[in-house]
Unconditional design. Structure first.
Length: 285
């Protein structure tokens, strides 16, 4: 059987008891290491689990999944996923491959905490969230703005938007590849400040008032860990905030923020008076 086991958001101790029991008895244990990362390294996981863990990068999961699935119709294989297994379509695809495999491979999923639910720590109601969007790193000649349309759809309904921030793990150096060498760039993790700045850049082009300087937002970092950080303010303020080490996410607040949500979120505000003023002006609009 292939077990797809959610690890939660922070460290090695967030795994469930059921998940840990399976990890310790499985024939092989893989860690999917590119859709998200834990706040601890591989060695710390192996020490806690008491067994070796095989890193599964994008190429292995997407192009060489047969290596992972080998023998899974007779033995227990564990694939560890940061957060919740089905928060990423990658893992749905892998489960489908198990169904289509000859002979078919039974699967079992063990859920865990995800940013999709943990973001409720901001005080914003999960019932009031719309479509989730992703923000990628801009380059000098590539600044995709398709996220803006979905944010605009959410804004029309007064809903909050969770923005998942780009991570680059084991990305090939394209210049080196052109010379026939395989060299990987250092890992990069987008910050709340970078995301806010990119949203402001796109607003300058679109001019629809969706991601303007006074749009209220909440930045989160390392949710579920002992040093988690939540900061609220305008996008202009968050574009200047330093929230420390990864992982970060951002929520663009909907324009129908309930009074209870406002009262909770304002406790994280960079400037409470400004936050209150913008919220009151937004609710009048």
């Amino acid at each position: 059987m292939l077990y797809i086991i959610g690890l939660g958001l922070a460290d090695e101790k967030d795994v469930s008891v059921k998940g840990l029991e399976i990890i310790r008895r499985a024939e092989r244990v893989y860690l999917e290491a590119y859709t998200a990362v834990l706040l601890v390294d591989q060695q710390q996981l192996e020490t806690y689990y008491g067994r070796p863990v095989i890193l599964a990068d994008r190429e292995m999961v997407e192009s060489h999944s047969d290596d992972i699935l080998a023998g899974a119709h007779e033995q227990d294989i564990a694939l560890l996923v940061v957060g919740d297994p089905f928060s990423a379509t990658t893992h749905t695809d892998l489960a489908l491959r198990c169904r289509q495999h000859e002979p078919s491979i039974p699967t079992r999923t063990l859920p865990n905490a995800s940013i999709l639910t943990a973001v409720g720590a901001t005080g914003l109601s999960l019932y009031n969230f719309g479509q989730t969007v992703s923000m990628v790193f801009f380059t000098d000649d590539w600044k995709p703005s398709s996220f803006y349309d979905r944010v605009a759809d959410n804004a029309t309904l007064g809903l909050h938007t969770l923005v998942l921030l780009d991570i680059k793990v084991k990305e090939p150096d394209l210049k080196a590849m052109a010379r026939g060498k395989i060299i990987y760039e250092p890992p990069r993790f987008m910050t709340v400040a970078q995301c806010a700045q990119q949203m402001l850049e796109v607003e300058e082009e679109r001019q629809q008032g969706i991601c303007g300087k006074e749009a209220l937002a909440v930045g989160v970092a390392r949710l579920g860990s002992e040093d988690e950080l939540i900061v609220a303010g305008t996008l202009e303020e968050l574009a200047q905030v330093d929230m420390g080490r990864p992982l970060h996410s951002l929520v663009l607040c909907g324009k129908k923020m309930h009074e209870m949500e406002w009262e909770y979120v304002r406790g994280f505000a960079v400037d409470q008076k400004k936050f209150d003023r913008v919220w009151k002006e937004t609710n009048k609009a």
